[in-house]
Design a protein around this ligand. Structure first.
Ligand code: PLP
Length: 446
């Protein structure tokens, strides 16, 4: 049962085949270079691409733009306290800004940070502090076929190995990312959260939750963890976040806004240090680089995030896309995560060698065939890391209908039909930093 109807619409158009060919060529076979106007269904990311509610748009108009102590900030504080259980909040312009504030205050040169899996910007901020980002995913996290309920979990065993290697005194922070974005958006159980918390206590580390998709995670707990069937998403989210000493949040995910983020902490001293860094990097601590109206919209968004009907719609839509693709014979990471479906392009285009980027070839083919934009997360994005050649289809929140999902599935079916005729790609121009190549490199068909 759909929990929303449409109040504002945006016209979209599928350019004809000839135009799509020309656009692809002009973009250097890199869909980051396409104009969004030329994309029919845009599944590049779920970050900041969703639709706001009428209540959020109303909050925008009431935004208080006072430099210090604005009413909109007070609304955000009260939403974070009610929904997430934290009294001390510092806004930031987006999630990575929040990471800079928090990890800059907690992590020093030579430290090691443990995380179920570091999201790219988290890893970069840990490295920026001169520290090592060590991943501790569950054994089955990267097994595409293991149908298990909580493949996003933190492995305490792996974490212990790292502590034995470097010594507890060098591990100031343990992070739990829920859902585990870099492990196909898989959820983390409440039991595992408790274990990770106990482990952090044992080594005297600060326990941080990266809460970007906290409500999606709570929905999975309700569905899959014994004892939570009757609990509300709001109460599960509170219970899970109650374990944390600090939170990092990107408003672009389950703040249900297009930009923004924040840090929340319990310790007053840490709060002071984070606020000092906010003044340096983001803005005065009651706005942190966000407009007052955006704080107000995010405050409303946080409350909407934990509405069962809202999050059910979301998870069911991602799952529906996954099930339809699987029925069409497309090889997938299973089960679908909270925000995206991951296609195994290496298997789908088995005749294209990894060094000719089967994932990127699929991404280009999806645009050529149906004006669909996806993103490659394999050899092209992460050169030489031996990652499987996955393509991610991330669904913006409250944006697309079942017809759009069907269009994506039809597009896949057409591409799969002529898979053998599709060739790989080669890079003809790339930026200096290899880590950033997939954002701007240009390619051509082999
Ligand atoms: C998106 C994301 C971030 C960073 O947030 P931005 O708003 O994109 O800067 C951090 N952690 C996770 C898990 C994310 O998904």
């Amino acid at each position: 049962m759909k929990a929303h109807k449409t109040k504002v619409v945006e016209r979209i158009e599928l350019p004809d085949r000839e135009a799509r060919e020309a656009n692809l060529d002009e973009a250097g076979y890199n869909v980051f270079n396409l104009n969004a106007d030329d994309v029919y269904v845009d599944l590049l990311t779920d970050s900041g691409t969703g639709a706001m509610s009428d209540e959020q748009w109303a909050a925008l108009l009431r935004g208080d733009e006072a430099y210090a102590g604005s009413e909109s900030f007070a609304e955000l504080e009260s939403a974070v306290e009610d929904v997430m259980g934290f009294e001390r909040v510092v806004p930031a312009h987006q999630g990575r800004g929040a990471e800079n504030l928090l990890y800059g205050a907690l992590v020093d040169d030579g430290d090691v940070v443990l995380n179920n899996t570091h999201f790219d910007t988290t890893r970069a901020h840990v490295a920026n502090q001169g520290a090592e980002a060590a991943d501790c995913p569950a054994e089955i996290a990267f097994d595409a076929d293991a149908d298990a309920p909580f493949k996003g979990n933190f492995s305490v065993d792996r974490a212990r190995e790292h502590v034995e290697r470097v010594g507890a005194e060098n591990v100031p922070v343990v992070v739990l990312t829920i859902t585990n974005n870099s492990a196909a958006g898989q959820p983390v159980s409440v039991a595992n959260t408790r274990d990770a918390r106990e482990f952090a206590d044992e080594i005297d580390a600060t326990f941080v939750i990266d809460a970007c998709r906290f409500a999606e995670n709570a929905y999975f707990v309700r569905e899959r963890e014994p004892g939570y069937e009757e609990a509300s998403v709001a109460s599960i989210a509170r219970e899970q976040l109650d374990y944390a000493d600090a939170l990092v949040m990107s408003g672009k995910k389950e703040g249900l806004v297009n930009a923004g983020g924040f840090v929340a902490v319990r310790d007053p001293d840490l709060f002071d240090r984070v606020k000092q860094r906010a003044i340096l990097f983001e803005g005065f601590p009651t706005y942190g680089g966000m407009a007052g109206r955006d704080l107000a919209a995010m405050a409303v968004g946080l409350r909407e995030a934990v509405d069962l009907a809202r999050v059910r719609d979301r998870i069911e839509q991602v799952r529906d896309l996954g099930e339809r693709l699987r029925d069409a014979g497309i090889p997938l990471y299973w089960p679908p995560g909270g925000h995206a479906v991951y296609v195994d392009a290496g298997e789908m285009f088995a005749h294209v060698p990894t060094e000719e980027f089967p994932g990127q070839a699929l991404v280009c083919e999806l645009y050529r065939e149906g004006g669909v934009r996806a993103v490659e997360l394999g050899e092209f994005a992460f050169p030489g890391t031996d990652r499987p050649d996955l393509v991610r289809l991330a669904l913006p929140r409250r944006t697309y209908s079942r017809e759009h999902v069907e269009h994506v599935v039809d597009t896949f079916a057409a591409v799969a039909d002529r898979a053998d005729a599709i060739s790989g790609l080669e890079v003809i121009d790339e930026p200096e930093m290899a880590e950033l190549r997939h954002f701007s490199a240009r390619l051509q068909p082999v």
